[in-house]
Design a protein around this ligand. Structure first.
Ligand code: 0GY
Length: 293
């Protein structure tokens, strides 16, 4: 792993907030293990190993019922570690893959059978070199027969430039980590207003109210400065929000969050049982387990 890599907390605290039955951690990853599932040549970081068994231990410890495992950029478009985790999860995990435009129909079909329901387009330059729009359009055409959706990861300052492409997508579109707001700005300021307009004007957009540990300057355990942003999104768009841990928390350099704190963040951003049930159970089930309904 990289010299400055911070390893996930092996002994998180037990959260005070009791997750509703059937809760979904809708954003987490598996890394390797590297000797079984090698990291991609083109990766921009080399993480610690953080495999499916450790993920499932955390799931059970926190009181989570299911996971949505998102292909991390350190594995490029080699989805084997993800598919192996899905196979071991016995229906309790769905996947978000990374594919190239030349991906074959049979390969997608196998991924669908394994539990993949989306692809991720990543625009964060420290993680990947973004491709031209045509590249992503070709992927959208490939996945159309499977009814998959698109997950996008970008930083707030890039939204304006990408707006036209994002809003041209006709699938459901899930935005990672609230579009990475700069929480030193006002929650009522123009930058976050742009993100809220995206959600308001495009009913196919969903938002993960995740990663307070990446967005916060006030820091753990409560991430107070992120709460108004996440709460605004949950209260305005209660049926299109998702929560997740982002375990094993790649690329953090100051501290590693305690996953128990990330569960205890929930009642501050979704203060009623109704909002909590939508955020944690109803919404992820509608998006990722719809064919089980
Ligand atoms: C996240 C965030 C990060 C990394 C990745 O796929 C990835 O490598 O998404 C990050 O460094 O901000 O969602 O885990």
């Amino acid at each position: 792993m990289d010299d400055d890599w911070l390893v996930f907390d092996p002994e998180p605290s037990r959260p005070t907030f009791i997750l509703p039955a059937g809760s979904v951690d809708a954003h987490c990853h598996v890394f390797g293990p590297g000797d079984e599932f090698p990291y991609a040549e083109e990766r921009k970081y080399t993480p610690c190993d953080a495999g499916k068994d450790q993920l499932f231990v955390l799931r059970d410890f926190l009181g989570v019922d299911k996971n949505v495992i998102v292909q991390a950029t350190c594995h490029g478009s080699d989805n084997r570690a993800l598919l192996d985790a899905l196979a071991s999860a016995k229906g309790r995990a769905r996947g978000v893959a990374t594919v190239r435009p030349d991906v074959g129909h049979d390969e997608l079909s196998e991924m669908h059978d394994a539990g993949v329901r989306a692809v991720r387009f990543n625009y964060v330059r420290r993680l990947v070199d973004p491709e031209p729009d045509a590249y992503y359009h070709r992927i959208v055409e490939r996945i159309a027969p499977f009814g998959w959706h698109v997950v996008i990861y970008f930083e707030a300052a890039d939204l304006e430039e990408r707006w036209k492409f994002f809003t041209s997508l006709e699938t459901d579109v899930v935005v990672d980590h609230m579009g990475r707001p700069d929480v030193t700005q006002s929650v009522d300021g123009p930058e976050f207003a742009r993100f809220l307009s995206l959600m308001e004007e495009h009913q196919n957009f969903w938002c993960k109210v995740t990663c307070p540990e990446r967005e916060s300057l006030s820091g753990p355990p409560r991430f107070e400065d992120v709460v108004p942003f996440a709460r605004r999104v949950v209260e305005r768009f209660p049926t299109r929000v998702l929560w997740g841990t982002d375990w094993p928390h790649p690329n953090l350099h100051d501290y590693m969050p305690d996953d128990g704190d990330l569960v205890d963040f929930i009642p501050g951003i979704a203060p009623t049982p109704d909002l909590q049930r939508k955020l944690l159970v109803d919404n992820p089930m509608r998006l990722y387990w719809r064919d089980d309904a």
